[in-house]
Design a binder for this molecule. Structure first.
Ligand code: NAP
Length: 272
């Protein structure tokens, strides 16, 4: 799996496992351990997912050395608004059972994001996290941070999948030197992209599954996808995205399926 260099030189794996709603009572721990055994080296969690403890347990159970795993977590909105970013991030580390994370994000562009960014900068300088970034930030949210920031965000994770490519934002972020992550890369748990006839036709041409061609499309457009599955065979199969290349026509075809159809909240209008 090819990695992508963040603006500070830290290498981030080109694809990972997402664990939102991955389940409790060992389900998230299993998913993380199975993913690491299958070759994944990036795990995407968040304080609000309530499963950082299981993520840490899965990493330890896998036997993969800590230094070889890239762990992303996110500071939740209430903590950003309450000016508790530092405490929230340290609490995440404690639940994960880690003495540093690889990437720490502000989860949504909520009130207080500028002050919260200052807290992330301090944590970065202290080595609590190897890189810092944001999630669900549009360009004007980034401009708000830029007014007081000393360190520019290195990463932005946004909704992106074939019916909501968000390509203009992806391109603008890349132009600013910000690495881009895709959440709900398969369309999330409620939208069934897997039965999409055009995607099925592409998948047939390469002898691959629909998730594999979507995730390959992400790799080729330099977008770091974090598909979620709690099922071992799907976790393994979703990672089998090396060894083939979508041609230009199929890249364009997948991109042309864009309907601007969000499956999650709009960063311009959210109420949590
Ligand atoms: N920053 C943010 O605000 C934000 C928001 C949303 C999500 N995220 C991150 O992005 C990650 C992924 O997003 P997501 O969980 O919403 O959606 P997703 O990864 O696009 O889709 C997950 C759904 O697809 C199913 N699935 C996965 N692989 C499959 C396969 N090979 N065949 C058939 N079905 C398959 C999963 O079911 P099974 O589990 O049953 O396999 C689950 O229902 C999250 O886990 C989280 O880490 C971030």
């Amino acid at each position: 799996m090819r990695s992508i260099a963040l603006s500070n030189g830290v290498e981030m794996p080109g694809m990972g496992l997402g664990v939102f709603l991955a389940g409790g009572r060992g389900a998230t721990e299993n998913a993380v351990a199975w993913a690491l055994e299958a070759g994944y080296r990036l795990i995407d969690t968040a304080a609000v997912y309530g499963n950082e403890g299981e993520v840490g347990a899965g990493i330890r159970r896998s036997g993969v050395p800590r230094a070889d795993v890239f762990v992303t977590t996110k500071v939740w909105n209430e903590d950003i608004r309450a000016g508790r970013t530092r405490q929230a991030a340290l609490a995440s580390l404690s639940r994960l059972g880690l003495d540093y994370v690889d990437l720490l994000l502000l989860h949504w562009p909520t009130t207080g994001k500028e002050e919260a960014w200052g807290a992330l900068e301090e944590l970065y300088q202290e080595g609590v996290t190897r890189a810092i970034g944001v999630s669900n930030f549009h360009l004007h949210h980034l401009d708000d941070l830029a007014a007081t920031a000393r360190v520019s965000p290195m990463f932005d994770q946004v909704e992106s999948h074939p019916v909501m490519t968000n390509q203009a934002l992806v391109d603008a972020l890349h132009a600013r030197g910000i690495a881009v992550g895709a959440w709900s890369p398969l369309g999330g748990p409620r939208v069934n992209l897997l039965g999409h006839p055009a995607l099925q036709a592409v998948a047939r041409r390469y002898g691959k599954t629909v998730p594999q061609v979507i995730l390959r499309w992400d790799i080729q457009r330099q977008v770091i996808a974090v598909p979620k599955s709690s099922k071992r065979e799907r976790i393994v199969s979703n990672f089998q995205v090396d060894g083939f290349e979508l041609d230009g026509d199929d890249m364009a075809l997948i991109s042309s399926l864009d309907l601007g159809l969000r499956v999650g909240p709009d960063p311009e209008n959210f109420n949590f």
